[in-house]
Ligand binder design. Sequence first.
Ligand SMILES: [Zn+2]
Length: 481
Amino acid sequence: MAPHSLQEEGFVGHSNFSFSTPPPITVLASSRAVVSGRLTEATIVISTNTGKITSIFHSVLPREDFPPGTSYTDYSPKILIPGLVDAHVHLNEPGRTEWEGFWTGTQAAAFGGVTTVVDMPLNAIPPTTTLSGLKEKVAAAQGQCWVDVGFYGGIIPGNDAELKGLVRAGVRGFKGFLIDSGVEEFPAVSSTDIRKAFAALAHEPTVVMFHAEMIPPIAASVGDDVQHSLPPLAPSGPLSRYQTFLDSRPPSFETYAIAEIIALAEEAAVPPPPLHIVHLSAVDALPLVRAARARGLRLTAETCFHYLSLAAEAVADGDTRHKCCPPIRERANQDALWEELLRPDDPAVKTVVSDHSPCTPNLKLLPSRYPGSTGREGCDGDEGDFFAAWGGISSVGLGLSILWTEGRSRGVTIEDVVKWCCKNTAKQVGLEHQKGDIGVGFDGDIAVFDDVAEFIVSSSSDTDFCARLTVAGRAKYNAVP
Ligand SMILES: [Zn+2]
């Protein structure tokens, strides 16, 4: 038996090997690994037959402890972590593959140590709001995926009869919008639609998520109508000024939407499944989430790499690379998001995801003075218009580096990152027994993280985005619904 054996299910120590051909295992070792949430020395043995971790030793065993020919790499002092589970990614195939498809999006994920992505139900055509739409998605993904891919279903007006079938087919959860989604084939839901969805999914093993922005009732002509794709508040200044855009989607949009979701959940005759707020930006909404959790509602929230690393004060006029919804808010808001994540007692925000949402470069309407601009192509005179530009930031392959770069000065540890981006995201989508941790029986999804290397992200000669680095994710090739 090898020394310091932590667990050895399905695997016996080196002295028992008598293979004449290399055994069907891959061995990864490092002086630093995050195993069961704790930084430790580790040697990890993965079956190449099943792809599962078969044993873990709490020390760096030498190559000689394994049979000749065994695939063995000691990555010391780089850190072995569970591959990230990015629970919020938009891959737009079929239908808008030129924005981002499975082939490119999952390569970007693997580059950034993300070994599982869960695809949002909108921006592809058709959207994943029906069983047939899901089948088209899965078919489009075949043979194209460099990491594991899961799929969400969508909640739109009138599709409540589809929801159970989508659960049976394996979707990892559902998402609905309380405000215009930006694409016409995925309309926003009303309170009535949400009640129907809660009823349809009440006893299902799933999670129901919301894009929680909603126009508060500020005029007489309110009621359910305001939830139906009306535009955000009318712009009150130059359209190329970031402040104008920020003012048009104030924190009250988020607090009002979240209050509405909580009210509908708490008045439901049968408790709904666990609920989740995607890409929470406004910290004003946190007390609502915390209070609902204290009352027993199963409600969590996520925030995104960009809300934790970019601030409104630094966004220059016309720099539409920063457009996303809800918007990137002020530095004080960003500080409070970090504080929430780092709360020792039950934070409302439990996960950090990318909300990777690409488009073709021309749809950003980026002025030529900014890197990545396509010039005047497709702009029609609205260059730098924050209202006309596509909203979305694409960081699936960069999140680990961004979080580490920003988090180090705030006392963030690698164990924190693993909790937010691996363990808790896996739990959110029901994969906590398979992914998000390094443990015996888990998928052998390991990322190798170099916490001191640096690289520059650039588009052509652009050098304005500097990040510290990730190295590798283990690439896999199957698409699983
Ligand atoms: Zn999204």
